[in-house]
Design a protein around this ligand. Structure first.
Ligand code: AMX
Length: 448
């Protein structure tokens, strides 16, 4: 794979055209306006995880604190409405969405089919990846397995291979694109393999070349319709959330050292595996099950639920699925999934319980007084849908998040290389310096 000749497809030609047209804008900003001040950093931001510091650039998605995510300028409902659908599908294909994310143009049905055919031709997972997975203790967390599988394939990297041969800087995007496409094409199979190896008695279902990304994932998971549409929706909703979140930022950071997409995405997955980030979706289900266990399997009343929320907070733990570093309203990814549930599983007891949490938790969190955002994020709702369709092993949920997140972070690093973004290297300071600047009322001049 590593020495495979670069391919030319319609999508790639279009992307090249877009990058070429865009690059002068980035170069002009950098050269002529590099000194224009757009922000200043305060001590709270330096200590507090760089909140609100505007030092990342992406044109793929933008997160407004009130409105939520827009993909390429479109809200979630606008995105779902705009993308073409295949006959019999309720949701757009992941392929059509990826085309849109990568280029900013809504594809025709035919262009989406070209992506499907392209991924199909790259979908074969090297046998050694399964050997590596099988060599890991079976109780290893599925996210560790997923990240390891991606890293194990690094030897396939077109980028690493061509870099070693002296690839020109203007070709970096092309090699990154090849790796991104090769990786994306394989992720559904790897994820489903981990699921069935761990939880379904190590019995496996071969991919079906006739199916699209979401359809094939559902097929290899062994779950009947409408799980194919559920998967399409899930992957699209989890794809991108601008560049500052841990998984996107990590992927971008690692790739900025010209580590290839396998290294970069594996690192991004390791960030996604944190309970304050992607692992929150499994934590939500764990928390709910714990509540029900304590009540002997009974659905709690609102009063009982309130008491459990307070117990969690008083125990020094966070309420998983609530709060956000940027958002200050209910996450529209939560709303999109809630609407799906209202349509397809309105009477599901778990859905009703999650709705009850939505009714009670914001008030409790507001009274608690710490979080800047008492509203639910994407993770508060996603597990309910998985549970309903039979994926009850909640420690797998973050792997599914990771499959979706790959679409966004890989599209981003293709553009990073296309626009020649620099190696990331912010400056650190010492606590003594902060104390000195605090006493002086700010950092004066450029003494350090
Ligand atoms: N439950 C309890 N306390 C919370 C809370 C929650 N859901 N959300 C925030 N807080 C607390 C913080 O821990 C912090 O406490 P501290 O002052 O003692 O350190 C305080 O409120 C202020 O935090 P914040 O500025 O409102 O949030 P943040 O930007 O520091 O963190 C996030 C954001 C998401 C990590 C946080 O809201 C959280 O821990 N939520 C629960 C975990 C979760 O759902 N994560 C998934 C987020 C979406 C995603 O990435 N998939």
């Amino acid at each position: 794979m590593a020495n495979a000749k670069p391919r030319t497809t319609a999508l790639k030609a279009k992307l090249f055209e877009k990058i070429e047209a865009f690059r002068p804008r980035t170069q002009k900003l950098n050269k002529e306006f590099g000194n224009v001040v757009i922000d200043s950093v305060n001590i709270g931001q330096a200590i507090g995880g760089a909140r609100d510091v505007r030092c990342l650039v992406t044109d793929i998605s933008y997160l407004d604190p009130q409105e939520g995510i827009r993909f390429r300028g479109k809200t979630i409902p606008e995105t779902f409405a705009a993308l073409p659908r295949k006959a019999g599908f309720e949701q757009p294909t992941v392929e059509s969405f990826f085309y849109f994310l990568l280029t900013g143009d809504v594809p025709t049905a035919e262009q989406a089919l070209e992506v499907e055919a392209d991924w199909r031709s790259r979908a074969e997972v090297p046998a050694y990846v399964f050997d590596v997975l099988r060599a890991m203790p079976r109780d290893t967390h599925p996210m560790t397995m997923f990240s390891t599988a991606v890293l194990a394939m690094q030897r396939e990297s077109v980028f690493a291979h061509r870099y070693a041969e002296g690839m020109k800087k203007t070709d970096y995007w092309d090699a990154t694109y090849e790796d991104a496409m090769n990786l994306l094409a394989k992720l559904p199979h790897i994820a489903a393999y981990i699921y069935r190896m761990k939880y379904k008695g190590d019995t496996h279902i071969e991919p079906d070349a006739k199916l699209d990304f979401g359809g094939n994932f559902a097929h290899m998971m062994g779950i009947a319709k409408p799980y194919d549409d559920v998967s399409r929706m899930y992957f699209i909703l989890h794809s991108d959330h601008e560049s500052g979140n841990v998984s996107a930022h990590t992927t971008h950071l690692v790739a900025s050292a010209l580590s290839d997409p396998y290294y970069a995405f594996s690192a991004g997955l390791n960030g996604l595996a944190g309970p304050l980030h992607g692992l929150a979706n499994q934590e939500v289900l764990g928390w709910i099950q714990n509540v029900m266990k304590k009540l002997g399997g009974k659905i709690p009343t609102e009063e009982e639920l309130k008491a459990f929320l307070w117990d969690t907070l008083k125990g020094g733990q966070v309420i998983p699925g609530y709060g956000h570093a940027v958002l200050r309203k209910t996450d529209p990814r939560y709303t999109a999934q809630m609407e799906y549930c209202q349509k397809h599983l309105p009477d599901d007891p778990l859905f009703k319980l999650v709705n009850m949490i939505y009714k009670v938790a914001p008030g409790v969190l507001t009274e608690h007084g710490k979080t800047k955002n008492p509203w639910p994020n994407v993770d508060a709702q996603s597990g309910v849908i998985q549970w309903y369709y039979g994926v009850r092993e909640w420690d797998f949920y973050t792997v599914e998040f990771g499959v979706g997140r790959a679409l966004g972070v890989l599209a981003n690093i293709v553009w990073d290389r296309g626009l020649g973004y620099a190696i990331e290297r912010p400056k650190s300071v010492t606590t003594a310096m902060l104390e000195q600047w605090a006493a002086a009322g700010g950092r004066k001049g450029k003494e350090e």
